[in-house]
Design a protein around this ligand. Structure first.
Ligand code: ASP
Length: 350
């Protein structure tokens, strides 16, 4: 059997950090350290791998949409030479990057597995080795034709994942889609949950950091806040994190008028819920009925990270407003449950 080869791309994050007077920061030459530590494995069960790193590994709190290109470019430049890819990333914005790469590498025929750790690899009690080893095995030996996140004990769909804990080893969750694999002594793949194979459609656009803003509703939020958020003409998309099933304070005429103004100006407003799980159903309550009339796009059960990355991707690749709105509400690569498959509770029927 042909030896499987995996490329490991280190982008930064705790996994490769060391303490400094100012707290943890990325160490130099981490790629070499990973190879050394993983290379000590006696069993020969790990696939062959190479480790590279981005020019300047970062604390992922410093990540910008513009950085997503560098990751995709690094993988695509070496695509044919490897059977799978592992991306080592800081946990803070790992789910945002995994989401972004899922849109850029649509129809991937090879696994792209993001992972990281809560404790640096070079420190005692680190969760890094277990995460990287499992990610390597998943990337080499399993038919995961999508961008995934492995952390703790589960492989999650990248564009369904979200960081849920700043200190637990199971740092990521996927509240609206079940895990793709459970990893214990055995690896239990849930093949029926994987994306079906599709044609390769890789697009790596230039992202404009200012293109998308996010507004989380809170009691007392007013139209002025929304106006200020999209004041910059570069802002062409707004993620509206509404209440519950997609509800907004419709009694506030000022806020509703600001939403209308935004849409009239050509801003794509994508409505997702600020709840940890569940979906937006515009019109389920009277407080969301006006949104569809105004032209606010229902984002179904997308996570914030996926909705944000998707809107960035669409605005960077598509000029036509109606096309962006249509695609934003349509599943592109498993990030969203199709409206007809969503389970609605009795509350959601008139
Ligand atoms: N601040 C770190 C980062 O996201 C946290 C981590 O990796 O766990 O880069």
């Amino acid at each position: 059997m042909k030896t499987r080869r995996v490329l490991v791309l280190y982008t930064g994050g705790t996994i490769g950090m060391e303490p400094s007077a100012d707290g943890y920061r990325p160490m130099r030459g981490f790629a070499g350290r990973v190879s050394e530590v993983l290379g000590r494995h006696p069993g020969g069960e790990l696939p062959d791998f190479d480790v590279i790193e981005l020019e300047t590994p970062i604390d992922s709190a410093n990540l910008c949409p513009a950085n997503w290109r560098a990751m995709a470019d690094a993988l695509m430049a070496r695509w044919e030479a490897y059977d799978g890819f592992v991306v080592l990333h800081g946990t803070d914005t790992l789910a945002w990057s995994a989401s972004a790469l899922s849109f850029m590498l649509r129809g991937t025929d090879k696994p792209v597995i993001f992972t990281g750790s809560q404790i640096p690899l070079m420190q005692a009690r680190s969760d890094a080795l277990a995460n990287v080893e499992a990610a390597l095995l998943l990337a080499a030996r399993f038919p995961v034709n999508e961008v995934g996140v492995f952390f703790g004990r589960q492989l999650l769909r990248g564009n369904r994942s979200s960081k849920r804990s700043s200190d637990a080893f199971d740092a990521f969750g996927s509240p609206n889609y079940p895990p793709l694999a459970d990893v214990g002594i055995d690896v239990r793949m849930h093949a029926e949950r994987l994306l079906p194979p599709s044609a390769r459609n890789f697009v790596v656009p230039h992202f404009d950091n200012a293109a998308v803003s996010v507004l989380t509703l809170y009691p007392g939020v007013c139209g002025r806040v929304l106006d200020a958020l999209i004041d910059d003409r570069a802002t062409r998309g707004l993620i509206l994190r509404s209440y519950g099933a997609g509800n907004v304070p419709d009694a506030d005429g000022g806020l509703m008028a600001a939403l209308e103004r935004a849409v009239a100006r050509g801003v794509v407003v994508l409505n997702i819920t600020q709840c940890t799980s569940g979906s937006v159903v515009q019109g389920a309550y009277a407080t969301s009925a006006a949104l569809s009339r105004i032209g606010v796009v229902p984002g179904g059960d997308m996570m914030l990270e996926a909705a944000f990355a998707k809107l960035h991707f669409l605005l960077a690749t598509e000029r036509d407003y109606a096309q962006v709105c249509g695609a934003a509400a349509t599943p592109l690569c498993g990030e969203l449950t199709a409206a007809n498959l969503l389970r609605t509770t009795p509350n959601h029927s008139p």
